[in-house]
Structure formats: structure tokens, C-alpha cells
Design a protein around this ligand. Structure first.
Ligand SMILES: *Cc1c(COP(=O)(O)O)cnc(C)c1O
Length: 228
């Protein structure tokens, strides 16, 4: 199957999942995950209408952004080291994986001279997995409270990556928990904090995530095929 065909199928699945959960298909934005994907295939997806691309590595993204550039918007979805913050604020339209005050401080500092306010999403580690990034859910509100003081960052929501399951039903409670957490945070009504976005769901479980309220789904394999 071509990238364009895969993309069409994924979009259909998104619309079906949205409709059966009484949501509008437009309320779900598709982020095409392009780590390790070569430039021609990315261009093919963009030509076929993919508007948001997600990258895990700053270095890899830089070349791709130079070549595909402004035809799409770019989200950072990987683990970001503070020493890469200065590149990330220049390259990306949104950073989905902010999980420490240290990283946020550095992003804010680096965004200042660019006169940019960087939209960010806070990554939450719901299952406390050591192999993954994300703030512990119990510490999430406190972190958001601190970051909300920063003038050059704007919090838009939460992101999570649940443990890997073969059965998407097993991921459902994690998606539901992220949504509950975002409602708790929204109730605190912090200035400069919006809880509009829930970034959750990947190739194996995005339909379940949509049923649980995802507004951003991050899909690689189902669009571009298996990674090497
Ligand atoms: C690789 C990756 C994805 C996409 O995973 P697929 O299973 O290929 O859809 C989504 N989110 C993050 C953070 C990733 O690193």
C-alpha cells in the first residue's frame, strides 16, 4: 500500500472512531510520526494532505524541516535534553514532551531572544515507567503551576504514552486517566494554561484513544509502514 492509501485509511478510521463517540472528526488532529522515514515518503504524505509531522530527534528533524519545511507544521515528540532546547525552539511549532522544570526553564530562556511564545504540551508518565519520559501524575499540577509563570511558553494540554499492550483495550484506562487529569488541571483555572489538547494514541490504539477524548494522535507505522 502506498503512503497516500495508508493515510486515506487512517483518516477513515479516525472519522469512524470520532463519529461513534459523538465527536466531530475535525476535533482529532493527526500527527504523522516520521522518525527514520525517508524524505520522499514524507513528501508523499504531505502531498496527500498530512498537515502535522512529529519527530523524535532534533538532529534528524533539522534536515527534514529544511526539505519539507513550511508545508507542514512540526511537533517535537521525543525526549528532549535541555542542551538541545535552543535548537528545538527554532525548529518546532509545538513541543509535546515537556516534563521537567529544568527543560521548561531552558525552553523559556531560549525562546525569549526569538520573541516567540512556544506552545507546549506536558508529558505525563501514568504508569511510572523508568524507560519513558513524563512527569508523575501526582506532580503534574505543581509542575504546570510553575511553568505557567513563564512568559515565553504556553501550555496547551497533556500527552502520554502508555505501556505497550497488544490489546488496545488495555490502554483504555490510561487514556481515560489522562483525560481525568486534564479536567482536574483545567479546574484549577491557572492563568496561561489551557487544557485543550490530549495527545494520546499511536498506530495500535488511536481509535481507542479517540473514544477517550484524544485531540492529537501520533501515528507512524500505520501511515509509513514498519520502521527498520
Ligand atoms: C514512534 C512514536 C509514535 C508512533 O508510533 P507508531 O506505533 O509507529 O504509530 C508515537 N508517539 C511517540 C512518542 C513515538 O515515539
Amino acid at each position: 500500500m502506498s503512503v497516500a492509501e495508508n493515510l486515506a485509511r487512517v483518516k477513515e478510521q479516525i472519522a469512524d472512531a470520532a463519529i461513534r463517540s459523538n465527536r466531530s472528526p475535525e476535533s482529532v488532529k493527526l500527527v504523522g510520526v516520521t522518525k527514520t522515514v525517508e524524505i520522499e515518503r514524507i513528501k508523499e504524505a504531505v502531498s496527500a494532505g498530512l498537515q502535522i509531522l512529529g519527530e523524535n530527534y532534533v538532529q534528524e528533524a533539522r534536515t527534514k524541516i529544511e526539505q519539507v519545511g513550511g508545508q507542514a507544521s512540526w511537533h517535537f515528540i521525543g525526549r528532549l535534553q535541555s542542551n538541545k532546547a535552543k535548537y528545538a525552539v527554532k525548529l518546532f511549532d509545538l513541543i509535546q514532551t515537556v516534563d521537567t522544570l529544568k527543560l521548561a526553564t531552558e525552553l523559556n530562556r531560549r525562546a525569549q531572544p526569538l520573541e516567540r511564545v512556544i506552545p507546549i504540551i506536558i508529558q505525563v508518565n501514568l504508569a511510572g515507567e523508568a524507560s519513558k519520559g513524563g512527569v508523575h501524575p501526582a506532580k503534574c499540577l505543581q509542575l504546570i503551576r510553575q511553568i505557567s509563570e513563564f512568559t515565553h511558553l504556553q501550555i496547551q494540554g497533556l500527552m502520554t504514552m502508555p505501556p505497550f499492550f497488544n490489546d488496545p483495550e488495555r490502554a483504555r484506562p490510561h487514556f481515560r486517566r489522562l483525560r481525568e487529569l486534564s479536567l482536574e488541571i483545567a479546574a484549577a483555572q491557572l492563568p496561561n494554561v489551557e487544557m485543550d489538547e490530549l495527545s494520546m494514541g499511536m498506530s495500535g490504539d488511536f481509535e481507542t484513544a479517540i473514544e477517550e477524548g484524544a485531540t492529537l494522535i501520533r501515528v507512524g507505522t500505520a501511515i509509513f509502514g514498519e520502521r527498520p
